[in-house]
Design a protein around this ligand. Structure first.
Ligand SMILES: Nc1ncnc2c1ncn2[C@@H]1O[C@H](COP(=O)(O)OP(=O)(O)OP(=O)(O)O)[C@@H](O)[C@H]1O
Ligand SMILES: [Mg+2]
Length: 272
């Protein structure tokens, strides 16, 4: 069973020896004159839970938007499951990826946004069923069955025919998660998914993320300001500052033991 042997990778976390599911290689990203990412090198392993923290404007959203192909790196490469995200091979040469290539690579990735982005004119069941049918060409019955399963899993089995406007923020965010999960992604991206919620609704959403994390199979990237949650769920915490990874390690190494001054200043705000 060589394939299932676990070994420690260079980042210090444990993963199967199949190699990273996501690789950022010397990625730079500028908006106009402002260089937001200054040579990001980051490997994420199958099943790994990575928390991304850092000051506002440090590029956390940009990192995950690039993975969703919503932004292009200015230079450098992003590899997803061994495939180049922005380029494809044609006649032995790398050329810009076409829509088909992008769709294939993006198909491995699910994302949950801060502001839900549900389709307001569809019921929550329809919200979940649409992409498997339209994008993955799954038959309607199977997409419906799996969507119901996912909505039950996030605790909304009794709301299938409700419209998003009839739900609380926490419920909407759980629909958004079910909708992403139904696509069976290998990587899930969460960008501050609790920060638009009333405080009393945060817990129910974190609970669902915790459950998904415990299942273990999916790699997860969590941009979060919930430090206690990061400490509990993440295998690795990455502190982004001034365009680079300024500190990384296990949650306790980064959140409790590091003496990086910028990180201390950043964390201080959460302690006071
Ligand atoms: N489309 C864009 N056009 C111009 N500038 C942008 C664009 N997207 C992001 N930026 C800039 O890039 C920098 C990083 O933005 P990003 O949204 O990635 O930060 P962040 O770490 O997610 O911040 P926050 O914690 O506030 O969400 C910011 O200075 C932002 O203003
Ligand atoms: Mg952001």
């Amino acid at each position: 069973m060589v394939d299932s042997v676990k070994e420690k990778n260079s980042s210090g976390s444990y993963s199967s020896n199949t190699g990273p599911i996501v690789e950022y290689k010397n990625v730079h990203k500028s908006f106009g004159d402002v260089e937001v990412l200054k040579g990001l090198d980051l490997d994420i392993y199958p099943g790994e839970k990575v928390a991304l923290i850092g000051p506002s404007g440090s590029g956390k959203t940009t990192i995950i938007r690039m993975l969703m192909t919503l932004e292009q790196p200015t230079s450098g490469e992003i590899i997803v499951d061994g495939k180049n995200l922005c380029h494809m091979e044609k006649n032995g040469k790398l050329v810009p990826a076409n829509e088909k290539h992008l769709r294939e690579v993006r198909g491995e990735i699910g994302m949950v946004f801060q502001h839900f982005n549900l389709f307001p004119h569809m019921t929550i069941l329809q919200n979940c069923m649409t992409a498997p049918i339209q994008v993955q060409k799954e038959d309607k019955e199977s997409a419906k069955r799996r969507s119901i399963e996912m909505l039950e899993k996030v605790g909304l089995g009794d709301k299938l025919d409700n419209y998003p406007s009839q739900l609380s923020g926490g419920q909407k965010q759980r629909v958004a998660m079910a909708r992403a999960l139904v696509m069976r992604p290998k990587i899930m991206l969460f960008d501050e998914v609790t920060s638009a919620l009333d405080p009393e609704l945060v817990g129910e959403v974190l609970e669902v993320i915790r459950d998904i994390a415990e299942e273990g199979e999916m790699a997860m990237v969590l941009v979060t300001h919930e430090m206690d949650f990061a400490l509990e769920v993440a295998d690795r915490v990455i502190f982004l500052d001034d365009g680079v990874i300024a500190e990384e390690g296990t949650p306790s190494e980064v959140l409790e033991e590091s003496d990086n001054e910028r990180l201390q200043q950043f964390l201080y705000r959460f302690r006071s």
